[in-house]
Design a protein around this ligand. Structure first.
Ligand code: DGL
Length: 270
């Protein structure tokens, strides 16, 4: 039996990443875990996020026997990737981190905008990257918990004007601080990538950075390196979307489960 690749986020944030990977690797079986029971991760401490993920992954390993686990969440990655790799040495992990490095390489003003959760922007990871590459760039970090909530709870119903308004609010904040690069450091924001690109296009100097393509390539690399690819002959993927907690499969999840090949499974206790 081919084993699945498990993507984890606190909610729908990781879905664009998952879709990108699935589109390029249709033979691989996917299990997407939206940990809504613990949403949002952003206001939690590093230890809290780590403990949540350790207990979630213990269940995931027993129930799904994944061949790779993708933390499709910046907050989870900056908080817990290192301890998770230590705790589960037998399983390859892929993490999602803010694309600070390419942004620093492209920046002319030396001011890098970073939009993420409270936890992600306060993590030393971002400054360490800047220190390591030694460009002396300044990170202008803004936490956007309202944007995370918006994507998680309103996206399905919001019209174009509402999406534009909330995205513009943040673009204006970065523009006022002279940032010429904006790193989308929360996977939830990828649901609004078109809106971010459109608003940024009115400011010729502002470039948007995200890490979706890099994550897909990293998973592909691990599949190849570790000989974990599902052969075409075995490929009959039956993807699963799992939501933790006690929610009913309402229109929200049906909307998001409309990804090709997904079967909506709601597990309150994996
Ligand atoms: N999607 C998550 C990220 O990339 C965070 C959302 C949350 O606060 O739970 O950081």
């Amino acid at each position: 039996m081919p084993k699945p690749i498990v993507f984890i986020d606190s909610g729908i944030g990781g879905l664009p990443y998952c879709k990108d990977f699935m589109g390029k690797n249709p033979q691989e079986e996917i299990c997407f875990i939206a940990d809504r029971q613990n949403f949002p991760y952003g206001p939690r401490s590093k230890d809290e996020v780590t403990n949540i993920l350790i207990s979630l992954i213990e269940k995931i390993l027993i129930t799904f026997e994944p061949k790779i686990i993708v933390l499709a969440c910046n907050t989870a990655t900056v908080s817990a990737l290192v301890p998770l790799r230590k705790h589960f040495p037998g399983i390859p992990f892929v993490g999602t981190v803010p694309a600070i490095k390419p942004a620093a390489a492209a920046s002319k003003t030396g001011k890098i905008g970073l939009l993420g959760t409270e936890r992600t922007i306060e993590d030393p990871y971002n400054q360490e990257i800047i220190n390591n590459i030694g460009t002396g760039c300044e990170i202008i970090a803004i936490a956007a918990p309202d944007l995370v909530e918006f994507v998680e709870h309103r996206l399905e119903k919001a019209d174009g004007a509402e999406k534009e308004k909330i995205v513009k609010k943040y673009i204006d904040l970065f523009r006022a601080k002279n940032a010429d690069t904006l790193v989308l450091g929360c996977t939830h924001f990828l649901h609004l990538i078109d809106e971010f690109r459109r608003e940024a296009s009115f400011i010729p100097t502002l470039m948007i950075f995200e890490s979706m393509d890099g994550i897909t390539k990293r998973i592909e690399y691990l599949l190849n390196e570790n000989n974990l690819r599902t052969g075409e002959e075995n490929a009959k993927p039956s993807h699963k979307l799992i939501v933790t907690g006690n929610e009913k499969p309402d229109s929200y999840w049906i909307f998001h489960a409309q990804m090709p090949g997904f079967r909506l499974s709601l597990l309150c206790d994996i």
